[in-house]
Design a protein around this ligand. Structure first.
Ligand code: ZN
Length: 442
């Protein structure tokens, strides 16, 4: 079972990299904010070098974007206290250089490069003559002088976001029963199928039904199926029941912190036997402390993502009318326990409420509900694009077009809209829920 590419924003490999960066940043000059004191271009035959001088070691990230070709350099926590060089229109490699502030205190420098130009960038430590420098080497691509970073063309093909849709119960586990005789397992399957059909019509998304018929699937098997499909999100569909027939409305659940720590103990206890990877990392060859840190990092990222997507889905369902709980609830449901697949459980309505039972059987209501759930999911993935997915690539293209359109031709400044959504975590996730309702056995 390979899981590494599944949830790359929270993949353990990224966490480890982030941890390493953080540790690097916490020593020496890396954490200091800096100033760009000079930017100059040095031209050589068939090549040019852009030299950015700073008063501290730069923390930066650079990448190439196509159509039109440009090299983007994101400098963390720096001020620009110099003018950018003005290039002649006959420059062999560069069309222009622009810059704009980013986030709070960061700076983006964009080099508009001519077609076919290869670029690589690296930081250089001070010497007797110069201070800290960030150097960008540009060449026409005819003379292969140095190994170049992989071009986007060499990247793995883009993939669809995979959503596992889990119809609760099934077979000899019918779930709750309404007064009119409706079984939870049947409406859950109807709604799950509708959601899956809608998802599969979306560009860049694919749905997998965990159960597609009236048969029993154990709770652990549901998790396993989603992980086998490399799901980016697990949605479990249920209908609530309570002995008071007036109880009504939808609720959305994510795994509680307590549930996550129970599950961590289980993974750690069983890791010797498990060939499973968590977030693309094997735990069985790690010592106890490292394994538990890695697992905790994966779970934390997964819980955060779960809470964020659940929040969006809840607010979309809220537009339909009645919510049983105004905020995302947390509970120790087994199906939500994947350490590396963000998961949520939706109690669509109370099957024990005769009016809601009727709505659960109503195709047009099922449709509205499915659209609301899809809207929440889509909204989340657009605001939090997963690297390597078609959806992220489409979002990035749209964003870049907006960026280019908003830049006057004679302006040196690029203003770039922030496309990332707010990463708020509902306070409700932090506390264990004290359910006032009785949840049907999972
Ligand atoms: Zn249920």
């Amino acid at each position: 079972m390979r899981l590494s590419s599944r949830w790359s924003t929270i993949a353990l490999t990224d966490f480890v990299a982030a941890l390493a960066l953080w540790m690097a940043a916490s020593v020496g000059a890396w954490a200091q904010s800096g100033t760009v004191t000079s930017v100059r271009v040095v031209d050589e035959p068939d090549a040019s070098r852009l030299i950015i001088e700073l008063d501290a070691a730069p923390s930066f990230h650079s990448f190439v974007l196509p159509d039109p070709d440009r090299l983007v350099i994101d400098l963390k926590d720096v001020k620009l206290k110099t003018r950018l060089p003005i290039l002649g229109s006959d420059h062999p490699l560069l069309k222009g250089i622009r810059s704009a502030p980013r986030n709070q205190g960061d700076r983006r420098i964009v080099l508009d490069i001519k077609a076919g130009v290869k670029a690589k960038s690296y930081a250089v430590a001070p010497n007797e003559q110069y201070g800290h420098r960030l150097i960008v080497e540009l060449d026409a691509g005819v003379v292969a002088a140095a190994p170049l970073p992989p071009a986007p063309a060499n990247s793995p093909p883009l993939r669809d976001i995979v959503i596992a849709v889990d119809a609760g119960h099934g077979g000899e586990d019918p779930g709750a029963r309404g007064h009119g005789g409706t079984w939870e397992k049947n409406v859950a399957l109807d709604i799950a199928r509708q959601i899956a059909a809608l998802i599969s019509q979306e560009a860049g998304m694919r749905a997998v039904l965990v159960r597609d018929g009236d048969y029993f699937v154990s709770l652990r098997e549901r998790i396993t199926r989603a992980r086998r499909e490399k799901a980016d999100l697990f949605l479990s569909i249920h209908a609530d029941a309570f002995n008071n027939a007036n109880a009504r409305g939808s609720s959305v659940y994510v795994l509680s912190d307590r549930g996550a720590s129970d599950e961590a103990s289980r993974w750690l206890a069983e890791r010797e036997n498990a060939a499973d990877l968590v977030g693309g990392v094997s735990l069985d060859n790690k010592d106890d402390v490292l394994a538990s840190v890695l697992l905790d990092l994966s779970q934390t990222g997964t819980l955060q993502a779960s809470a964020q997507v659940a929040d969006r889905v809840l607010s979309q369902i809220g537009k339909l009318g009645s919510l049983h709980s105004e905020s995302v609830q947390s509970a120790r449901f087994v199906v939500l326990k994947s350490p590396d697949v963000p998961s949520m459980l939706i109690e669509t309505a109370f099957i024990s409420n005769p009016e809601e039972e009727q709505r659960l059987n109503d195709k047009s209501y099922q449709d509205k509900l499915s659209v609301a759930i899809l809207n929440g999911v889509r909204d989340y993935f657009r605001s939090n694009p997963l690297p390597g997915t078609r959806l992220a690539a489409a979002e990035s293209t749209t964003g870049m077009r907006a960026e280019m359109a908003s830049t006057a031709p004679d302006s040196a400044v690029v203003s770039r809209p922030t496309r990332r959504g707010k990463t708020q975590t509902p306070a409700s996730r932090r506390k264990e829920s004290t359910p006032s309702i009785q949840v049907s056995p999972m």
